[in-house]
Unconditional design. Sequence first.
Length: 150
Amino acid sequence: MKIQYNMRCNLAQTLNIIGDKWSLLILHQLFTGNETYKDLQDGLEGIPTNLLSERLKSLESDELVLRELYQSHPPRYKYTLTEKGVDLVDVFTSLMMWGEKHLNKCYKQVVHKNCGGQVQHRYYCPDCGSFVTAQELELINPNNEKGVEQ
């Protein structure tokens, strides 16, 4: 992980992993099924080849991407998301839903596959079985460390 933000904050530390230019788009391409270097390059118009290679290595070292050899001569690899990488689907969806609401031009909408209705975010607490509003959310420090930013 390259350190961009030296803050004791989950958001800052997450951005150290996926917050640089192209990383989220590369992960999203993998999520949509593009697996080879060529597929990724074709799906990411304008990404320099050296930057794509660098980002894939970084994402692999952060355990978000798995690289597998599928051809030995010349060596060719396919890239897949690890479980940690797949867990970013909610981040992709949240960013797309934010874009639907706030961008001047919306390219895609997030809809329910079965009925076509537009979906909404909902927070759920499994401990009490309740849906929770954003106003009812609270960030806590589980380790009770003083001076830790949320």
